[in-house]
Write a protein that binds this ligand. Sequence first.
Ligand code: HEM
Length: 421
Amino acid sequence: MNALSRPLIDASPALLAEGYAWLPDRLRRHPDRVLRTRLLGRPTLAVRGPEAVRFFYDERNVRRAGAIPEPVLGTLFGHGPVHTLDGEAHRVRKEFFLPLLRPDLIAGLVEHVTWAWDEEVPAWTACERVVLFDAVGPVLTRGVCAWAGIPLDRADARSTARDLVALVDGFATLGPRHWRARRARGRLEDRLARLVEDVRSGRAAAPEGSVLDRLARHRDADGSLLDAGTAAVELLNVIRPTVAVGWFAVFTAHALHRWPEHRDRLRAGDTAYTAAFVHEVRRFYPFAPFLGGRAARDLSWRGERIPAGGMVLLDVYGQNHDEELWGDPYAFRPQRFLDRPVERDELIPQGGGDPRSGHRCPGEGLTIGLLEALAVRLARLEYTVPEQDLGIPLGRVPTRPRSGFVMTGVRTPAHAPAAVG
Ligand code: HEM
């Protein structure tokens, strides 16, 4: 058999069945952390580790055009997003997202989301039971829309949050969750495209400098304004992943429940420990399983070859649980982030490399800022965790505690110290 065409058996069914465990389980058996496989009919090379991150993010090796399957574009990302661009087109589109790295914008989003949290939580105290996964979506939706300049009635927050959550929940399945996600995308894109057109024609106002305002004026590499549909896609690529921080908020509650010894330092407002705790949540819990690109030319990595056009996968979940990097990867131990500085390409829940020059997530600072604020609020909130199924199935992508994290008897603390964030 030709070395470039092996293996002949396609791994797609195994991936669908095993989810997060599929790639890490196979790469664990390869000391060089490289594997040849076949996915969606294409020869595929899977890699892992900080050096592999640099190989993957070098555009001379791996490009993004044509890498994301349509079912993922039709739900999670939309058609024509920044994720699929290369070279100059990517650089110019990414300019719209780079201000999201600025500390003042991060602080602004945290302020809006904590405002929404502080407004919503008193209503939870009146409920017999609160499912955190369902309750946190409207909080994030209200906060991010207000921050981004997108008008949203409080009454609409719940249905908008449901649609935004559906986009994330339905990208990796072809069952009913997938079709719910496609319908949600249709509704959201129509609404946001109309909003962009209204802002451009003066029928609606966008606060100066807001995400909506900048996007309505953003020009692509050819000098033209984004068409309204693509503008809606990119607007959703800001608000949808912000609402996805709810997954990590639920994982935070899960961690505080399983390892309550961390609660006191968060409650006390220990900012260094809170930052370490949030990194550990992003490292430990499963979210993005892997990233994919296409080989820009015939490539070889650590002795394994892949032809031009083949798939290259970066094993995100596996790298965040690699024993060589983390020592005790399946222990939840925030202290590891205080014991030694972690290198840029070691912790990669939101991609690797430099967000300014590559595809790394421009929302990582926003995610960290939001989680720091929400982790402290969750640590200070008083509630009971009744009997429920808190199992996190690795075969489901994206996954979460099966119960969604049910809380009863929610009480806001009478004398909360000043909150972080
Ligand atoms: C739940 C939290 C989040 C997770 C797990 C996450 C994860 C990721 C990952 C894995 C990538 C792909 C990196 C690559 O292709 O190399 C990415 C890209 C991206 N993320 Fe995030 N993200 C999160 C939050 C955010 C937030 C809050 C925003 C914006 C407000 C954001 C906006 C983006 C954009 C625009 C890209 C595409 C960047 C590019 O292709 O250049 N993300 N994210």
